[in-house]
Design a binder for this molecule. Sequence first.
Ligand code: TRP
Length: 333
Amino acid sequence: MKRILSGMQPTSQLHLGNYLGALKNWVAFQEQADTQCLYCVVDLHAITVDYSPKQLANSTREIAAAYIAAGIDPKKSTLFVQSHVPEHSQLMWLLATMAQMGKLERMTQFKDKAGKNKERAGLGLFAYPVLMAADILIYKATHVPVGEDQKQHLELTRDLASTFNTRYDVDFFPQPDPVITGPAPRVMSLRDGSRKMSKSDDSDMTRINLTDTPDLIAKKIKKAKTDSDPLPDNLKGLEGRAEAMNLVTLYAALSDIKKEDVIKKFAGQQFGKFKPALIDVAVEHLTPITERMNELMDNPDQIDRFLVEGANNARTIANENLRQVQKIMGFFI
Ligand code: TRP
């Protein structure tokens, strides 16, 4: 039995990169036999950086709406909010006693986020990967779909799992495997083919949000950076042309065909021809998601009901596993 766990932060709007790189795969996992899926909105992680307390609850609900709009079915997958399952934080403390400072100091995401002012970074930002490990291990998840940038955190999770097992001489936590798959694991910025499409980029023109209107999608793709050469007749011809490659990748991922087939279809054509075709597939694919998301957000009670049910299901597993961990560690329970 496979158990999948993943999560996204409610920091801001989801974009096409999140959808193609993550959500689309999450949806596919829930259709696999012998696979149980748990998907959460990691609000406790979101407060490790500056955030707006006024917006946190609504952003959390919005990410849950995006999950559902993208095709995650709350009847098939356990969909919940991280902070609704307090066992995550409880396990985090236990794991924190086993996490080495030296290893945490080597986490590149901490270094990036703390920036020059490391002395002032909060303990929560430093301990972020330990909470992520707790998210995964509290369910004894076996597979964790994540982006490239989270691989180091997964390594730490595996490390903590084996430290626990060795220290207490048990075979309790499985080693969770990262799953980095999908037609477009790396969707790049529309303005710079060497940077990841990111919700934290200052310019909104670098990304396509799941809430963008068709007009806005068209505008962003029209203005996307390209070069002046026509599309080549084979994939090799895209080497060294990061922006062109990104648009071909997007077309392939959105229409579920191979990049080779996109090239075959558009060989020799200019971007002036290719871009309108890309706009069509992007709008066709994203409009139903946007509409569903708006519908859900107009009806927050329904989302909230799904989330209460999801948290109850998640807690049943989390609570049982936490009790076992406490027992193994020798607590008076
Ligand atoms: N750190 C992850 C990210 O920024 C989010 C996350 C938190 C996560 N807990 C998780 C992802 C557990 C997978 C599993 O993308």
